[in-house]
Design a protein around this ligand. Structure first.
Ligand code: PEP
Ligand code: MG
Length: 761
């Protein structure tokens, strides 16, 4: 039963008619628990009380009218305490509040549970019964479970401004505000383009049909194509399958008849929806009808309908794919934006990115930063699929998204954009100047790259070397492993462009959130699984080809080749990798190519490597810290999970201590020390790392001049004093507050982005 209700809860927002869905939910809960009343109260928009949004058993004509103040009645009490209230005779409770005409008089037993979302009370779910009795533990647990699931749907509906008591479709509010996490800095104003994974029916957005006749035609063509596929399937299986099995495919054909699915879809298109949206709606309606059936056989038929839907969708998308046009100021929006999607919109038309999933540390965010595209990640409540073609403001500094902004907000943001442009021009003057503090401490600013387009952007900003070449990025945009020659050409392009500067090539770092379609890795817990060096040590053939390509790419060039090994967690892994590099070197020399021995370094990103930093440094030519993963593993916080993104603090005292320990260990071995995590590209991070004695800060080209400006405007002695204070602090909040204050006190506040006009939420 719980499964059925879970499904209904999920449909609450998906169907786009929130009010009707909560009413339906109340009816189902009442039936499931065998109670006489089930009501849903939702926090009113002004936050001052609870509105009766649905009821089964009380006077339904009072829906949308009854409002209980926050401190009123048992509902108010449940909200205030944020915990269930289970009473056998509610009317005798001191908080009981009599509401005239609601029809509550006969009911004694009362069970109310709060609807909580991220610590906020969004409403109260109540069941009531005449018989004075306490609801038992299982009933209470049932309601608590449901309420937790309902909470997400309510938050979503609230965010999109769904009418909670009127029977109408979702109506996106003007000047809507959604909170996410800072993904890539900058402000973007543009028109949203919603992207969804190919052939994922649930991910298809609602979108008005541009031309109903065309959409009907597309639908017909797709359906006909699926029919043809099924017919040929039947033909080819006639001899091998018994008649009754074949009947299933015949049934598929019938389902696609005008009198069934196809007719319903056409009807939805005629009402103005595009073909893919109509397909999703109709398939979902039919599937949910099957899913609530008690008969297992019939329930399974839901899967058949879904399967048909996916087949039709695949054709619709194939037909459509070729003719996609994007606005000049596109803001890419999606449930889960992937690196491939970033590449789907021409770079000169892409202004911003908003992803419902992921966080500022996801690789998509890192890529967006590299491309200089403002991005907001983890905007969990954003109804991505309802946003096609509307104006959006993306504030990538603070993780804010505004939908259909008011004129005033637009003007504010246009003026912030102008300020950013002016500062960017000032920064441009710095590109030829060295990165040196006011008291003469010289620091190297290098870049992290992955896309070929990074080369020009990096050199344009005066990068002094490549500190991290994420070699997996070009691997990800292919449909097979690139050959040695292909790799060599690509690497050479970078090395020549940077000549005579040093280039740090990281060996393939796949696994975690970086997968190759042609080398799938399925794991329950991929960040603790087969990742980085673990994969390539198990596949020396991949590793050797890559290292050979790197060595050959460097042949005859002056710039140093530095090979960096990711995810090292033991000396054994480091030594085994070094042996393979020696082998590749010997092979290349044997082939007669004149190459220099590369420098081999270790990327410290696993806590174990922090504790063995000195031993690793002794055997390595250089050491760099991957603070993105190091933070993830030290704090045990998935860098991609928006739910815990707030806890992912790169300036957590534990992380800072680890960074300093590594610095001490590497200094003791007198080896070059760099860092290439995102921390290095932040003003506060750069100051602390410079104070610790990191020689090379490697970052996205986007951040380079900003960091150079900070370093050129500070004394190392001031930075060291700041570090000494920070080392005595206990929490990330303290550290962050202190560093921001110091940046202002030292007259460097220009690097902190202006905050756009905020509204209280
Ligand atoms: C890191 O982990 O800090 C790092 C530089 O590598 P990536 O972000 O590619 O995992
Ligand atoms: Mg890493």
């Amino acid at each position: 039963m719980l499964n059925v209700l879970r499904k209904i809860v999920q449909d609450v927002t998906q169907e786009g008619n929130f009010a009707a869905s909560v009413q339906l939910l109340a009816a189902h809960i009442k039936e499931a628990l065998g109670t006489e009343v089930c009501s849903i109260y939702l926090a009113s928009t002004d936050g001052n009380g609870y509105l009766l949004a649905a009821t089964e058993g009380l006077n339904a004509s009072r829906i949308g009218e009854v409002i209980l103040a926050q401190d009123q009645g048992l509902v108010g009490l449940v909200g205030r305490r944020s915990e269930p209230l289970n009473l056998d005779t509610a009317p005798s409770h001191p908080n009981f509040h009599f509401v005239p005409e609601i029809g509550e008089e006969p009911f004694n037993a009362f069970l109310g549970v709060p609807i909580l979302h991220q610590g906020r009370v969004l409403g109260v779910l109540v069941v009531q019964q005449r018989e004075p009795r306490r609801f038992d533990e299982s009933e209470e647990a049932f309601l608590v479970t449901l309420s937790a699931q309902l909470a997400t749907s309510v938050a979503h509906a609230e965010a999109v401004g769904s009418p909670i008591v009127a029977d109408s479709a979702i109506n996106l509010i003007d000047d809507g505000y959604f909170k996410g996490f800072a993904g890539a800095p900058g402000i973007a104003i543009g028109t949203s383009v919603v992207m969804h994974p190919i052939a994922d029916l649930d991910a298809v957005p609602s979108r008005p049909a541009e031309d109903i006749t065309v959409e009907l035609m597309l639908l017909d063509r797709a359906i006909e194509a699926v029919r043809n596929d099924i017919r040929s399937l039947i033909q080819s299986l006639t001899t091998s399958l018994p008649q009754e099995e074949l009947a299933l495919f015949e049934a598929y054909l019938h389902m696609l008849d005008d009198s069934a699915l196809a007719g319903d879809m056409r009807e939805v298109v005629r009402r103005g929806e595009w073909a893919q949206g109509a397909l999703r709606k109709v398939i979902r309606q039919h599937v949910s009808r099957f899913e609530v059936m008690d008969d297992e056989y019939l329930r399974e038929r839901g899967t058949d309908v879904k399967d048909l839907g996916i087949r039709v969708l695949a054709y619709l998308q194939r037909i459509r794919e070729k003719k996609t046009q994007f606005p000049d100021n596109a803001i890419l929006v999606g449930e889960e934006i992937t690196p491939a999607m970033l590449g789907a919109i021409p770079a000169d038309q892409l202004r911003g990115v908003v992803s419902v999933r992921g966080s500022g540390n996801s690789h998509v965010a890192i890529l967006a930063r590299a491309m200089g595209i403002p991005a907001v990640m983890g905007a969990l409540d954003l109804p991505a699929y309802e946003l096609e073609g509307i104006t959006l403001i993306v504030d990538g500094h603070y993780g804010d998204v505004y939908t259909q902004p008011s004129e005033q907000r637009l003007l504010e943001n246009i003026s912030l954009l102008d300020q950013e442009r002016v500062f960017a021009e000032e920064l441009n003057e710095l590109k030829e100047l060295p990165c040196v503090t006011q008291d003469g401490w010289r620091l190297q600013l290098w870049v992290n790259v992955g896309l070929t387009s990074d080369i020009t952007r990096s050199l344009d900003r005066g990068a002094e070397g490549i500190g991290l070449f994420r070699t997996e990025v070009p691997f990800m945009s292919q449909d097979r492993f690139p050959t040695e020659l292909e790799q060599r050409n690509l690497y050479r392009e970078h090395m020549e462009a940077f000549e005579p500067r040093p280039v740090t090539m990281r060996t393939l770092d796949i696994g975690g959130d970086k997968s190759l379609s042609y080398f799938p890795i399925q794991e329950e817990n991929p960040f603790l699984g087969w990742r980085g060096i673990r994969v390539t040590l198990d596949h020396p053939e991949i590793f050797l080809v890559q290292v050979r390509a790197m060595l050959k790419a460097n042949a005859g060039l002056l710039g140093d080749l530095r090979i960096m090994l990711p995810m090292i967690s033991s000396l054994t892994e480091f030594r085994r990798s070094k042996r393979l590099i020696d082998q590749a070197y010997a092979e290349v020399v044997e082939e007669g190519v004149q190459v220099k021995r590369p420098q081999v370094g270790v990327l410290i990103e696993v806590p174990a490597a922090v504790y063995q930093a000195r031993l690793l440094a002794k055997e390595a030519d250089f050491v760099a810290v991957g603070s993105n993963d190091l933070t993830q593993y030290l704090l045990a916080i998935d860098r991609n999970n928006p739910r815990v993104a707030e806890l992912y603090q790169e300036i957590h005292p534990a992380v800072i201590t680890a960074l300093r320990e590594v610095a001490r260990a590497v200094h003791a071995e007198e080896k070059p020390l760099g860092i290439c995590g995102e921390l290095a590209g932040t003003p506060a991070g750069a100051i602390l790392l410079m104070a610790m004695g990191y020689h090379v800060l490697s970052m996205n080209a986007t951040h380079l001049l900003r960091v150079k400006w900070v370093i050129r405007n500070i004394k190392r002695s001031d930075a060291r004093r700041m570090l000494a204070r920070v080392m005595r602090m206990h929490t990330a909040e303290e550290v962050s507050l202190f560093l921001n204050r110091e940046i202002v006190r030292l007259g460097l506040s220009k690097v902190m982005p202006a905050r756009s006009g905020k509204v209280a939420h």
